[in-house]
Design a protein around this ligand. Sequence first.
Ligand SMILES: Nc1ncnc2c1ncn2[C@@H]1O[C@H](COP(=O)(O)OP(=O)(O)OP(=O)(O)O)[C@@H](O)[C@H]1O
Ligand SMILES: [Mg+2]
Length: 340
Amino acid sequence: MRSDANIAGPMTDPVPGPRSESLGDDVSRETPPPMDDTPIGRAAQLAVQALGRAGEGLPRPEQTRVMVVANQKGGVGKTTTTVNLAASLALHGARVLVVDLDPQGNASTALGIDHHSEVPSIYDVLVDSRPLSDVVQPVPDVEGLFCAPATIDLAGAEIELVSLVARESRLDRAIKAYEQPLDYILIDCPPSLGLLTVNALVAGAEVLIPIQCEYYALEGLGQLLRNVDLVRGHLNPKLHVSTILLTMYDGRTRLASQVADEVRSHFGSEVLRTSIPRSVRISEAPSYGQTVLTYDPGSSGSLSYLEAAREIALRGVSGTAGQGLSVTYESQHSMSEGNQ
Ligand SMILES: Nc1ncnc2c1ncn2[C@@H]1O[C@H](COP(=O)(O)OP(=O)(O)OP(=O)(O)O)[C@@H](O)[C@H]1O
Ligand SMILES: [Mg+2]
């Protein structure tokens, strides 16, 4: 009865350790030569084939969809979701930019993008008004995917921004001035509700909230929803929560399904049908500078992110993404809000 059942295989990957090489070997024996003959390109193409939809592009949005991946709770899967959804959308044929807005630079690392302190980064865009095009880099081996990296400098930006003109809308301005055609921009936020996250909320129309299927999953969400309302009221009337994604779902535990049920009953149609399983492959991929889509294309984690991306793309076209949540959630349910 679980509507969030994942599309393939067990909820967790049973075999620990890297598997990509052996997968590559199997694959090269069993499949015709793919168009892209780099190992990662081949693997990526296989991921799409694994869904039985090779060559079937998803509908592209008429205008660039700017999605803010936010949840001030740490470690809930924001970065993992940003990079894997972005790669999935790119594999489906979209042009996608990941903006790394977290001084930890985890999204840049996971995409294999150099982000030592000398690299032109989103800090230069926000603080020194450098054009976004100066800092955007193509992601190796995933066609159509780009990244604006974060360096450690960004840690100071929260404070430096305070005294700057239009401090809340600097990212928005940079994105509006960026002339390259894009279907999606995904912004990976830090685990806080400071000026960096506010810049993301001003720049985007859609908020995507990853929720980890753990105890206290909903803690602090009231604060996030209230901030979304504040930004909508004062700075960005288009802003709404369009998408909620359940992450690290462990089908073996009753807790995970209880949390999933609770989130679905509170939030309804914004929750994607696809949830992301807890998967060793997903957590291993960043240490190889890869998304799970290229690291282990056939894994349950890869397939679930591809499916989630598909849902997001189709919702955008059907208009569901335009409805969004209101803060009435907050008035109906008491939530702890100390978690800023
Ligand atoms: N589906 C998953 N299965 C297994 N591990 C996962 C999954 N999703 C994320 N992780 C792991 O959980 C940890 C936290 O994930 P992630 O960095 O994406 O969270 P975050 O919300 O971006 O964290 P932060 O708040 O620090 O930015 C990472 O080690 C990541 O590899
Ligand atoms: Mg993160």
